[in-house]
Design a binder for this molecule. Sequence first.
Ligand SMILES: C[S@@+](CC[C@H](N)C(=O)[O-])C[C@H]1O[C@@H](n2cnc3c(N)ncnc32)[C@H](O)[C@@H]1O
Length: 411
Amino acid sequence: MNDLSLGNGHPNGHTGTKPRATFRELLLEGEDAPDAAPQVLEEQALEIVDPAHQVLDVQESNESLPPVEVRVRMPAAVPTTQVGSVQVECADALSRYDSWLRPTVIVSDGPYGLGLFPGEMPTVAGLAEWYAPHVAAWSRLAQPQTTLWFWCNEIGWATVHPVLALHGWQYRSLHVWDKGVAHVAGNVNSKTIRRFPVVTEVCAQYVREAELPTGDGQVLPIRHWLRAEWSRTGLPFNKTNEACGVKDAATRKYFTQDHLWYFPPPEMVERLADYANLHGRAEGRPYFSLDGHTSVRAEQWAKMRSKWNHEHGITNVWAEPAVRGGERLKNGAQAAHANQKPLRLMEMIVKACSDPEDVVWEPFGGLCSVMVAALKCQRRGFAAEINPDFYTLAKERLRAENSHQRLPFML
Ligand SMILES: C[S@@+](CC[C@H](N)C(=O)[O-])C[C@H]1O[C@@H](n2cnc3c(N)ncnc32)[C@H](O)[C@@H]1O
């Protein structure tokens, strides 16, 4: 089986084993990048780089060699569009993650293994390996506050779930997008289908458990960290109840070792930290510290888990017709993209786990429905779309959205 831990590809699709090109082998390659940020172009114009994007010293050229035509490869600037608080790039997302602000929300709506958009594999074979480098990058750049929404069909999600788990994404819930029977009305050949028509997609929610440094040099998942820090004080565990001013809730909820563990509220952690630092063994202080110097404060602790803004009445079954009417982007009579997602659902998930100004990622943009939602909800956004045609449509859609215009393809 392939290695699912780091993925099997270099961010740009290179293997990384290619020998460094000699100076003679360099190629001149420029690319139109009308939307690239000017400062990027300026910086690049000053550099001579090899195909591995390493700066070469021009002095390397050997005077005794016969003159050769020296052609220099300039790194192609990434076409980029900034609209209000969101940015979309025409690129492989793998090559862009490190340049984006760290996310509070990642909405992944990439390949399903159905062959629906150019370049998508027709089956789920290879889907796990395809996602592995993306998942590795998301894990590296996520924060304890980050929520991941992973859209797919059932078998695609089931195939990729082990990769997500391997990289520390904790499964929270599966949501079913029910498009309703109207989605198949009139389109089912009852003689050949030999199954019930599918009118659903799924969206799995994942979060991360923070890992924190103890005062004696370990790095532990948050629930083990709490116990380890209290143990270091030399105080009995029943004193955690006294510290929190409760009868038995601290030992029962925050320090339990079973599955009934609860994330302690910020004010409780501050009380625990203060009590431990006052009554615990002097030589071990500070206790419950994130930086090794001061004990954790309530506002720091609040950032140690994913955000959640609860709205009553929403369940894990999302009844919503497939996108049609004015919201559906068209290419003539045809839908411009086979997978355009409903804005209502994208807005709902973005709002549920972030606040205004938080950062939302949409690695597989398509028509960038998540960026439209981010724009409407005052979030900052970063998206990539690898296909130039979809990128252009997304760019125009966002510009129209930002200026409240309606474009011909939206009519
Ligand atoms: C399922 S569609 C997304 C549809 C989108 N949610 C919407 O509402 O319009 C997936 C998109 O990801 C793009 N894509 C595939 N691989 C990519 C990659 N490595 N980097 C960026 N985009 C990619 C495809 O071209 C396709 O448009």
